[in-house]
Design a protein around this ligand. Structure first.
Ligand SMILES: Nc1nc2ncc(COP(=O)(O)OP(=O)(O)O)nc2c(=O)[nH]1
Length: 271
């Protein structure tokens, strides 16, 4: 079984749905990133703009002010950790790459900013192509699909073809079904239940279930911090289905859970 990667979340925002404000201060964000890396995160995803349903957009200058100092410091102190920038703006991604980021996590699937595709191809960095129905402000208003898994698969196959045509190397691409991005609870469960159909497209699959509201609906846990058990369950099942990158807030617990699950699933797997 190919090794898995834990992507630790560093939200340098005042309003992220589960930890908004906690890491808004630069030094606190750097400390948190160091802790996540020490706990086993191979990738740190630094974001300056919340993508939660109903979130207000953040101006480019403010997003740069939030993320660049954190990425610079973490890239300098963690040479073996991949720094990712969670942004939909090519200018922010370009500056983040200059500051040491080697991964662009754009929740629009590199569709939002017309400059993003060429940037990712030219700079030869990793990227995540994620499915989202609509945009954060409106995506959760009654999303409807005939077959959510089939439709997400078609979207990801199209984005993969576009990225490859733009010159993004295959090994730089992760695919993400976008759990919670324009999906009901049932849609999210179907995507997890049939995740093998997304894995079958070919590239590594990234999943981001951590602390999300569908877990709260299933468990009655209104506080996102109380959703670690649901997060672990969904990530272990995603590993079994073939996912290999796991975007989470609680890196240590998830890494341990996945390390155990990987051994059960593939006894020859070296942890
Ligand atoms: N590729 C990818 N990126 C993501 N970025 C943000 C969030 C939302 O989580 P979080 O960053 O904790 O919240 P917020 O967007 O409110 O900062 N989820 C994903 C995801 O599932 N996949």
């Amino acid at each position: 079984m190919p090794a898995f990667e834990v992507m630790g979340v560093v939200n340098v925002t005042p309003d992220s749905f589960s930890d908004g404000g906690e890491w808004f201060d630069r030094d606190a964000a750097v400390r948190h990133g160091l802790e996540l890396a020490a706990a086993g995160a191979a990738i740190l995803d630094v974001g300056g703009e919340s993508t939660r349903p109903g979130a207000d957009p953040v101006p480019e200058a403010e997003e740069l002010r939030r993320v660049l100092p954190v990425i610079e410091e973490l890239a300098a102190r963690l040479p073996d950790t991949t720094l990712s920038v969670d942004t939909t703006k090519a200018a922010v991604a370009a500056a983040a790459i200059d500051a040491g980021a080697r991964y662009v996590n754009d929740v629009t699937g590199l569709r939002g900013d017309p400059e993003m595709l060429a940037l990712v191809a030219e700079r030869d960095v990793r990227c995540c192509l994620m499915h989202m129905r609509g945009e954060p402000r409106t995506m959760q208003r009654d999303p409807v699909y005939d077959d959510v898994v089939a439709e997400v698969r078609v979207f990801l196959e199209e984005r993969l073809a576009v990225a490859r045509t733009a010159g993004v190397r295959a090994e730089r691409i992760d695919l993400d079904p976008g759990v919670g991005f324009g999906k009901t609870v049932e849609h999210n469960l179907a995507l997890l239940r049939r995740l093998d159909e997304i894995v079958a497209i070919g590239p590594r699959v990234l999943v981001g279930t951590s602390r999300k509201s569908f877990l709260g609906r299933l468990t009655g846990r209104d506080d996102p911090r109380q959703r670690l058990a649901g997060t672990i369950a969904t990530n272990v099942l995603a590993l079994a289905a073939g996912a290999r990158v796991f975007r989470v807030h609680d890196a240590g617990a998830i890494r341990d859970a996945l390390a155990v699950a990987a051994r059960v699933l593939d006894p020859d797997d070296a942890v």
